[in-house]
Every structure is written in C-alpha cells, then in structure tokens.
Design a protein around this ligand. Structure first.
Ligand SMILES: CC(C)(COP(=O)(O)OP(=O)(O)OC[C@H]1O[C@@H](n2cnc3c(N)ncnc32)[C@H](O)[C@@H]1OP(=O)(O)O)[C@@H](O)C(=O)NCCC(=O)NCCS
Length: 169
C-alpha cells in the first residue's frame, strides 16, 4: 500500500475543497446524477467539511488518503453523534476516487476513523448508506458492522468498537 492517511488541518482550504468535491461525487454516484448534484451546492459542502474541523460546531475529524505524489485519492469524515441508543462515532462520508478502488484505501481510512472514535471514548461506530450500495455495505459488513434497514433510502451499519471483531446485535 503506497497510500498514506492524515487528518486535514482546519486552515487547509485546498484540501477542504477537494473533500467537498468528493462528497458531491459520492452523492452523484449513490443517488444518481440528477438527485445527487441537486442536493447541496459546493458552498454548503465546503462548509460541512469545515464544520467537522471546528470544535465549536462539531466534534469531528476529516481524514484524507494521498498517493505517493501527494494527490488526494480518498477521504473519510467522522464525528461524534447520537443514534437512537448511544452517543456513537459516525462515518458521515467515505469516498475513494475510482482509479484507486479495490486497493484497500477505504479500509485504511476506516481504520483511522475507528481509531479516532476509540480515542474519543466511543464504543460504537455507525454509518448510513443507500440499500443498493453493495461496495460500502460489503466494506463495513466485512469489518463486523451489522446492517439494519432504516427506510427506502437508508440502511444503518453499526458495530461495537470496544471489543474489535465482535459484532453488535
Ligand atoms: C465504498 C468505497 C469507499 C470503497 O472504497 P475502496 O477503497 O475501493 O475499498 P477497499 O479497497 O478498501 O475495499 C475493502 C473491501 O470492501 C469490499 N468492497 C469494496 N468495494 C467493493 C465493491 N465494489 N463490491 C463489493 N465489495 C467491495 C471488499 O470486501 C473489499 O475487499 P477486497 O477488495 O479484498 O474484496 C468506494 O467504492 C467509493 O468511494 N464508492 C462511492 C462512494 C460511496 O458509496 N461512499 C459511501 C456513501 S455513504
């Protein structure tokens, strides 16, 4: 693996813009061009990234993966959030550029996100996606996340972090 992962600094506007573009690409890929592109404008997406880097707004972090030349090839945004049961660590978005897929980049980003959640004292990690998103469902499912349908547009994937490998039922 020639990719490295590091957190984004709050004043790194260039990387913040790249992550926002990745968020938009995620929406287009998961929801389709019309619905995904119309959902949020770029200003809103950049502000959403910044919110994850501003402790006054959210307890969060943004990790980017870079190739050996320093190009961003993926990101994971995480924050402390609530679900119906607990205060949890939430993966709010996970994205890898198509040219770098199936090379373990997302797995590496999720490793960093889960480590941050553990450092923040969270026992449970959660993410949400569209029910048809086989890539994400398989990625998290293989790591022990348990899938629960939420509605027509979302499934929840949830895992207890306190005991790695143990699925939370
Ligand atoms: C989901 C996504 C982040 C996976 O990134 P990736 O770097 O290719 O994933 P990895 O290489 O780390 O894959 C790890 C494991 O996840 C599973 N997986 C990943 N992509 C998969 C796919 N397309 N189909 C089935 N399983 C897949 C596999 O088990 C894989 O291990 P393997 O390659 O040894 O079989 C990437 O496909 C992506 O960015 N998709 C579009 C954005 C998106 O859907 N984000 C989530 C929105 S909520």
């Amino acid at each position: 693996m020639t990719v490295t992962v590091a957190p984004v600094a709050p004043d790194d506007d260039d990387t913040i813009a790249i992550v926002a573009t990745g968020m938009r690409a995620t929406l287009v890929e998961v929801l389709g061009a019309e619905r995904g592109a119309a959902m949020y404008d770029m200003d809103w997406l950049r502000d959403r990234v910044r919110a994850h880097l501003d402790p006054a707004r959210l307890d969060g972090r943004v990790f980017v993966a870079r190739d050996p030349s320093g190009e961003v090839v993926g990101h994971a945004m995480v924050r402390v959030d609530h679900d119906d049961r607990d205060e949890v660590g939430l993966f709010s978005t996970t994205w890898v550029v198509p040219a770098w897929r199936r090379r373990g980049v997302a797995d590496l980003l999720v490793d960093h996100g889960e480590a941050w959640m553990r450092d923040r004292g969270r026992d449970v990690a959660v993410t949400f996606t569209h029910p048809d998103n086989d890539a994400l469902v398989t990625l998290f499912g293989r790591r022990g996340y348990v899938l629960t349908p939420v509605d027509d547009d979302f499934v929840r994937l949830r895992r207890r972090l306190a005991e790695p490998g143990e699925a939370d039922h």
